[in-house]
Write a protein that binds this ligand. Sequence first.
Ligand SMILES: [Zn+2]
Length: 375
Amino acid sequence: MLLNQKYEIFPSDVQKETLDTWLSYCRQTYNSALLDKQRKYKLSKESYSRSAMQTQLKRDKLAWTYLKDMPSQPLQEVFRRLDHAFIKFFRKEARYPKLKKYKDYNSMTFPQFGHKPNSHYCYAASFAINGDLQLSKLGNIPIHLHRPIDGTIKQLIIKRRGTRWYAIFRVERQVYPAPINRNLAVGIDVGLNKYAVLSDGSYHENPRFLRQTEKKLKRAQQRLSHLKRGSVNYKKQVTKIQKLHEKVSNQRRDTLHKLSFNLAKKYSVIAVEDLNIRQLVKNKRLSKSISDAGWGMFRNMLSYKCERNGGLLIKVNPHFTSQDCSNCGTRVKKSLSIRTHICKGCGTILDRDYNASLNILQRGLEQLDKMPVII
Ligand SMILES: [Zn+2]
């Protein structure tokens, strides 16, 4: 399986500028391929294949020679991204691909890394002898390898986040399937009140340091609204907000990594609700807190961490998980504000989210029993 390992890199100011420029070339290429695709479809219902895009890129390079200033692989990789965006759209997993603005386009992919096997040829991205990251047409960039790279590097993604830059290695690693243990199963209800409520009776809240940074960010945003647009202090405040944003998202990702790691280690089967997150985000009242809480990210992490540990993540039908009684199945309608489940059928009284987590576990186990056994 492929896993991501992320490290911070430290390009010089000149290199940062170059990387910024390369990203904008990638973005331009993406946007113009998207426009060409739309135009071709409108004119003749013709599809615009990846190889046709590559041919067009070759022509573009003759007209705009600056495109030759960057390695060609990340530029070609752009078309794969566009293809992928359309595939996701047709699968109804994403909206129709749109033109990318500066802030939406923050990474480029080097689809090959290191030395070509049995040859002296080096791909556009590799490690230099001194351990720096080496990109052709750019040079060496110091990298902080805070933990060893575990597995074979298949690809490299260079990513910009605010003012910082990262190298993300896509690493292939062998996993050994372990037998699923039905007795080590848990249901998790992810919510807004408490971050995660488990069917074993425990729960997890967002840690205090994360809440504190979020508060600081909120205050900084309020202050910005009182400053004069374009003034020196305004610009300073914008930079400050960017940095706080970065901090919040780093802290959140970190928290979710730790939580999902511990859960995947402890349990063999984890059941969660199969929420169509996109649908939920459309609901304006809840939208901010939901997308903020990074539920989708959490589910992804759980999914690959379970797989890595030989466990299983089961997504269950979310309908009525918080309404149905986990003891007798009676449906007890309640609005979002009612936090306690009181069953009219059997008299069970439980915390709303805990009741939901029990239902999720039960549905997960039912689904597990129907799954084919892999030996
Ligand atoms: Zn009941």
